[in-house]
Design a protein around this ligand. Structure first.
Ligand code: GDP
Length: 177
């Protein structure tokens, strides 16, 4: 039997950004036998949610880590094993954009992640009055010099209704291979 190419993907971002919903949506879309949870009943990640999906010959293993301030201290324990990072932003929460940027900058300044592909997701695009993808790009512009030489993309998503989730996963597959 042929061996799958196996990769590890971290899903990071502040609590309430939509990380758990994104992982559930991903498993529902890409795992044939996965029945899924009721997405509207998901509550914020306190420990670690894991999931895996297979796309062709590629297996993506996801680690969705808790985003509360005290749990952010644990993120770097996973950096050495990661092949890609999804950083999720709640585009509807303008009051926490600065906090989100600080967590993002702190993550980027860790050298272990140097060169690891990075997907920024502007989540909750289904909500009226949320920040658009260009708005988020402008807000995060100050961090651009820290991104360095790596694949990086910013995309809009709605983890709740699934918009943009497939495109993001395809981007990860193309970047890690
Ligand atoms: P986490 O703390 O980052 O894991 O966030 P959760 O996945 O627990 O989501 C936090 C809240 O945001 C929940 O009430 C979700 O239903 C909601 N949520 C997540 N993604 C979206 C989205 O794309 N659109 C909307 N409207 N709500 C979302």
């Amino acid at each position: 039997m042929f061996q799958k190419e196996e990769y590890f993907v971290l899903i990071l971002g502040l609590d309430n950004a939509g990380k758990t919903t994104y992982l559930e949506q991903t498993k529902t879309k890409f795992s044939r036998n996965y029945k899924g949870m009721n997405l509207s009943k998901i509550t914020t990640t306190v420990g670690l949610n894991i999931g895996k999906i297979d796309i062709g010959n590629v297996r993506l293993n996801f680690w969705d880590l808790g985003g509360q301030e005290e749990l952010q201290a644990l993120w770097d324990k996973y950096y050495a094993e990661s092949h890609a990072v999804v950083f999720m932003i709640d585009s509807s929460d303008k009051e926490r954009i600065e906090e989100s940027k600080e967590a993002f900058d702190k993550m980027l300044s860790n050298e272990t992640l140097c060169g690891v592909p990075l997907l920024l997701l502007a989540n909750k695009q289904d909500l009226a009055d949320c920040l658009s993808v260009p708005d988020i790009k402008t807000d995060f512009k100050g961090s651009a010099h820290k991104i360095g030489h790596r694949d990086c993309s910013v995309m809009g998503t709605s983890a709740l209704n699934g918009d943009g989730v497939g495109e993001g996963i395809q981007w990860i597959v193309d970047s890690v291979k």
